[in-house]
Ligand binder design. Structure first.
Ligand code: NDP
Ligand code: MN
Length: 377
């Protein structure tokens, strides 16, 4: 019928000590899902467990979610949950832990799920067994807000962006003290992911009056506060602004979708294992310039922000964050001349087919995508 939707989690709880919200939940069992070791080391995993126990719940932990989580990891997590039977799934960690927990949730409720169906956007109805709470530890992906999860087929080096409003978390808990423990380079990369989300939602062909103000405010906050959070990790105001910016950008892009920056970043992430935010940061200036021809919203943004040139502003920001100008300067990108042509060809075709391409303001072709990759290399 051509109707549009604006959907975000029912509750977004923010402020220092947000984890105490967990003590007020009702239920018998909760499963915490987390990544490697950062949440344990910094005491946040214990704190979350203690709060859930205060609520009278038995708690299990599914840990070891790796960056760029694999299909194997989400299937394993689903099995562990099925043995325990949680009423609540509480994901605490970076985008990888949150994304993985979402798909574990699907496998928990529907153990016979076929991964290809999820890739095709066929999601079953969730919340038959558990509700979902997300506690982000990076200010980046906004997985705590979004209907997205990115899962990697590690055998074939393909990252799959999975999309369904079913996966939108029930509750997001935002405490800026948690991301303040990020090392500087992770602050930089994840922060540039926020900027990419906001910029892509702003120029998206599906942008609306509901998403524009959120995207705009996220861009304003990142340009102002990311350099501060990078240099002064304990500046809690800058951390708070970045954490909120991430969620605001998430509210925009989960409803307006993304564009070519993410299409190209997904493929290069799958091919070389390069960090998601870093790939976005490097690609962003090239794609903004590519899109300028097709939309006046870049210019509109520059006027509203009072800056001369968004591309230049982002290049400057990258410099201040020690982010290189080209992809070949990234350590993970090791490639010889012969492979280069093959890889660029394959990535261009795959990136063109990425769902994020659909809402990019400039209609592109695999050849256009290839040209952008060539410039960015
Ligand atoms: P990750 O979750 O991959 O975490 C990266 C690293 O940061 C890990 O080593 C992690 O350690 C560490 N870390 C996380 N938080 C802290 C902290 N507070 N203190 C210290 N170290 C910390 O990073 P991202 O958040 O950038 O997530 C990236 C993933 O999200 C990619 O797979 C990407 O494709 C996906 N993505 C999802 C989107 C969505 O809408 N769902 C949108 C965009 C990207 P440890 O493992 O020990 O915790
Ligand atoms: Mn992203």
């Amino acid at each position: 019928m051509g109707l549009n939707w604006f959907r975000v989690p029912k509750d977004i709880v923010f402020g220092e000590g947000a984890l105490s919200y967990l003590a007020g939940l009702e239920g018998k069992r909760a499963t915490l899902v987390t990544g490697g070791s950062s949440m344990r080391k910094n005491g946040f995993l214990d704190e979350a467990k203690a709060q859930l126990e205060k609520a009278g719940m038995e708690v299990s932990i599914v840990d070891g979610v790796e960056p760029n989580p694999s299909i194997e990891t989400v299937v394993r997590g689903g099995q562990e949950m099925a043995e325990f039977g949680p009423d609540w799934i509480v994901a605490i960690g970076g985008g990888s832990a949150l994304d993985a927990a979402k798909i574990m949730w699907v496998y928990y409720e529907y153990p016979d799920t076929v991964f290809e169906d999820l890739v095709a956007g066929k999601f079953p109805k969730l919340r038959t067994k558990a509700k979902f709470i997300a506690v982000p530890s990076t200010s980046g992906t906004a997985s705590e807000i979004t209907a997205f999860s990115v899962i990697t087929d590690t055998k074939n080096h393909i990252k799959y962006p999975l999309v369904s409003y079913e996966m939108t978390p029930d509750i997001a808990l935002l405490d800026a003290v948690i991301p303040s423990k990020m090392p500087a380079h992770i602050t930089a990369n994840t922060g540039m992911d926020v900027l990419a989300h906001a910029v892509e939602a702003w120029v998206s062909t599906e942008a609306t009056s509901f998403t524009d103000p959120l995207a705009y405010e996220a861009i304003r906050l990142v340009l102002k506060q990311l350099p501060v959070a990078f240099k002064q990790p304990n500046d809690i105001k800058a951390r708070e602004d970045m954490h909120n910016a991430s969620a605001l950008a998430g509210m925009a892009f989960t409803n307006a979708s993304l564009g070519l920056i993410h299409s190209l970043a997904h493929k290069i992430g799958g091919e070389f294992g390069i960090t998601h935010g870093l790939a976005n940061a490097i690609l962003m200036p090239y794609i903004i310039d590519y899109n300028r021809k097709a939309t006046n919203k870049v210019e509109e943004l520059e006027k509203q922000l009072g800056i001369e040139n968004l591309t230049v502003a982002i290049q400057d920001l990258n410099k201040r964050l020690n982010i290189p100008l080209t992809l070949k300067e990234v350590d993970e990108v090791e490639i010889n001349e012969k492979e280069y042509l093959e890889v660029i060809d394959r990535m261009s075709k795959n990136a063109f087919g990425d769902p994020c391409t659909l809402t990019n303001p400039r209609q592109s072709s695999p050849e256009d995508v290839k040209k952008i990759y060539e410039c960015a290399f």
